[in-house]
Write a protein that binds this ligand. Structure first.
Ligand SMILES: C[S@@+](CC[C@H](N)C(=O)[O-])C[C@H]1O[C@@H](n2cnc3c(N)ncnc32)[C@H](O)[C@@H]1O
Ligand SMILES: [Zn+2]
Length: 465
């Protein structure tokens, strides 16, 4: 991993993710906004850019560049986004391009044993599911978790023409079948509470509540037919040996009926009950109330209990947890509490202030010293290093002599090595981060990214040629 534990980046996450080493994160939770930082509904027109969109869409040049990349690397995702655009319009298309770009990077930095949870807005969840299927592969879809975040009693929830919305969707994917997962349990379920009331109806001398289980053997076992403390055996015998019966008796685990001809039963203690395994419907975690101690005032703040469940289920102590849209850093606080390493990214500098404040408030003050705050990407440490001459030969073969910008063919000496992710943003001198560009494309790209080059090439092609 090429970043420190307890790192917060205040930047657009797409400026940071390309700098993170591949396969170094165990768990990613993201809770992106639908429409906050870009005006998705009003992209800049670029009808001429990219044959696929000619006369059909008016997406921004950046969207078109990203779509081009997706068409090459993830044709399924490209098709999904195109279809979403037809059904839902260019605003959705632009939003999904933004998300797909980031999800591809997030998938790259996840370890093979890693998991990702995407918290969605109901407007886009059906499309995001398809995008995620394309990025992660169908077999790695684990759950659609439905989180009941409102009780529904408030009049604000009621709608005149349809049902009120009281849930969010969290899409859970793993990178492979190696992902670690630990079943969680809950007691907080009205039906389960009814069952507990019905079942655990006795109290022992120590004040422990318990229920009872049958101790009769279903099949005839003549050697297990014995009397115990004057109580008669069941017709087919007991389920356990006399030695076991004595042991459980000594441990206070036997229930003796008041009726001397009744049947001895086994005690099951309520305090030993783990609870009901958590399923994909989460109704036991409440939204933060207006007077909750947890409340920071951040409008989209999620409850710590929600993050704790996800972190405990899908990571182990010491694992690395990343939240690329961390907001007031709920994921980071929960990860700290649970002994995980963590990092968060948020475009708003407010996140850093929030996290300092919350760490102190939660008695998790890690001190200004150990919280690493950055505004630029780390330098990748995981690429293939080789001499520049060898890189150029390898790339000339890989690209078959074509410029990676304009696509034209050039002689070996006419192509130049370029950093795909710019050196100024931390791009390393590795084979993976290198490409060959013609002199013209290289000077257009300058210290920019491939997206910048795509935009400039489009403008140049429109203006000239
Ligand atoms: C829904 S909030 C996350 C709330 C968070 N789960 C919490 O409990 O506080 C979304 C966050 O994403 C941030 N954001 C939006 N676009 C971003 C981007 N491109 N890169 C990084 N952060 C971004 C916003 O500033 C906002 O804080
Ligand atoms: Zn070129």
């Amino acid at each position: 991993m090429n970043f420190a534990n307890r790192t917060i980046w205040t930047a657009d996450n797409m400026e940071i993710l390309p700098g993170i080493d591949s396969e170094c994160v165990d768990l990613i939770y993201l809770d992106p906004p639908f429409n906050s930082n870009r005006d998705y509904a009003a992209p800049i027109g670029s009808k001429a850019a990219g044959a696929a969109f000619k006369d059909t869409w008016t997406l921004s040049d950046l969207d078109v560049a990203a779509m081009g990349r997706l068409a090459d690397t993830h044709p399924g995702v490209y098709a999904v986004i195109e279809a979403a655009g037809k059904v839902h319009g260019k605003g959705m298309m632009s939003y999904l391009v933004m998300m797909a770009d980031r999800l591809v990077e997030l998938h790259r930095i996840l370890k093979p044993s890693g998991s990702l949870y995407l918290h969605c807005d109901p407007t886009a969840n059906s499309y995001l599911r398809l995008v995620l299927d394309g990025v992660f592969g169908l077999g790695n879809f684990m759950n659609e978790i439905v989180w009941k975040r409102r009780q529904g009693a408030s009049s604000a929830v009621h709608k005149s023409r349809r049902y009120g919305v009281v849930t969010d969707t969290i899409l859970f994917y793993t990178k492979s079948s190696e992902a670690s997962f630990e079943t969680q349990y809950t007691m907080d379920d009205p039906q389960y509470q009814d069952y507990i009331k019905r079942t655990f109806k006795y109290i022992d001398d120590n004040g422990r509540r318990y229920g009872t289980d049958n101790l009769a053997n279903p099949a005839l076992r003549p050697n297990l037919i014995y009397e115990y403390k004057g109580y008669p055996p069941p017709q087919k015998g007991w389920a356990i040996s006399k030695a076991k019966m004595e042991q459980w008796d000594a441990e206070g685990r036997l229930h003796f009926p008041s009726n001397p001809t009744g049947r001895i039963r086994r005690k099951r203690f309520l305090d030993e009950l783990k609870g009901k395994p958590v399923q994909n419907l989460w109704a036991d975690i409440r939204m933060i109330s207006s007077h909750s101690k947890e409340r920071t005032g951040y409008p989209t703040q999620k409850p710590l209990a929600l993050m704790e469940r996800i972190i405990v289920a899908s990571s182990n102590e010491g694992d690395v947890v990343l939240d690329p849209f961390c907001g007031c850093a709920t994921t980071c606080i929960a990860a700290e509490k649970l002994g995980r390493r963590w990092a968060g990214i948020d475009i708003s500098p407010n996140a850093v202030n929030q996290i300092r404040y919350r760490m102190a408030q939660t008695n998790l003050d890690i001190g200004g010293r150990t919280l690493s705050v950055h505004t630029s990407a780390p330098v990748r440490s995981d690429g293939t290093k080789m001499p520049r001459r060898q890189i150029k030969h390898t790339l000339y073969g890989q690209q078959e002599g074509d410029c990676n910008g304009c696509g034209e063919h050039f002689a070996f000496h006419m192509l130049e090595i370029d950093h795909v992710w710019p050196r100024s943003k931390g791009g390393p001198d590795t084979l993976e981060n290198s490409q060959l560009l013609c002199r013209h494309c290289n000077s257009l790209k300058a210290t920019g990214t491939m997206d910048d080059l795509a935009v400039k090439l489009t403008a140049w092609q429109r203006g000239g040629r």
